[in-house]
Design a protein around this ligand. Sequence first.
Ligand code: FPP
Length: 236
Amino acid sequence: MATDVPRHVAIIMDGNGRWAARRHLPRQQGHRAGAERLRDIVRACPKLGIKFLTVFAFSTENWRRRPEEIDGLMALMRLYPHSLADELKRNGVRVQFIGELQRLDRSVTNRLDELAALTASCDQLCLTVAVNYGGRAEMAAAARQVAERVASGELLARDITEDTLSAHLLTKDLPDPDLVIRTSGEFRLSNFLLWQAAYAEFEFVDTLWPDFTPGDLASIVRRYPGRIRRFGAAAG
Ligand code: FPP
C-alpha cells in the first residue's frame, strides 16, 4: 500500500546537549533552543498534512542526569508549553502528555493539565508529549491492568489479543506512528513507542535537534510517498 503523507509522525528530539557544547554554552541553552525548534515543527505539521505528532521530551532514563539539568528541563516543562498556550489553541493544536506523570512535581503537572484542558477541543493537530515515558514501563503497566481484569473475572485469558494490549497503552487513542524520526545521528529507539512503532518507517538524520528545521521535516515527508509499506505482506 503506497501512502501519501505520514499521518502520525513521532520524533526523538536528540542532540540538544551537543548543540550547546559546540557553542560552549550550558546544556540548558541547548534544551531551550530545542524547545524553540519544537514550536517551529508543531507550526509546520498541519501545513504538511500531519495529523498526529508525538515527541519524546523526557525519558524514564533521563533521571540519571545531573540534578541541575533535570531541574532545567522541568523548568522548561513548567513555563514553555504554557507560554505557547494561546498560539496552540489558535492553531487548533490539542496537547496531551503521556508517561508516568505522577513522579513529576505538582507545579509541573498542574501546568501540563491546564494546557491539556485548554486545548482539549482543538482538532487540527494532536501533539502528544512523552514526559517520564518509557515503552517497557508502559507495556508492563498495560499487562498489570489486563491481569487485574482477568483476575476479577471480567476477561478470559484466552480472549487477550494484540488489540487488548493496545487498548491499555497510554496511546490507546492514537493511531500507530507511520514514521519515526531521530535526530543527531544516533540509531536507537531508546525505549520510545516500542509496541506502537512495530510497522513504522524510520528516518535517522545527523542534524542535531535544535538545527532540525521545518524544511528538513518537509523533505522527509516528501520522500515518504516513495516508501511502500507492506505490513508484512509479500511484494506485488
Ligand atoms: C535530548 O538531547 C533531548 C532531551 C533529553 C530533552 C528534549 C527536550 C526538549 C527538546 C525541550 C522541549 C520540551 C518541552 C515540551 C518544553 P540530549 O540532551 O540527550 O543531547 P545530547 O545527546 O547531545 O547530550
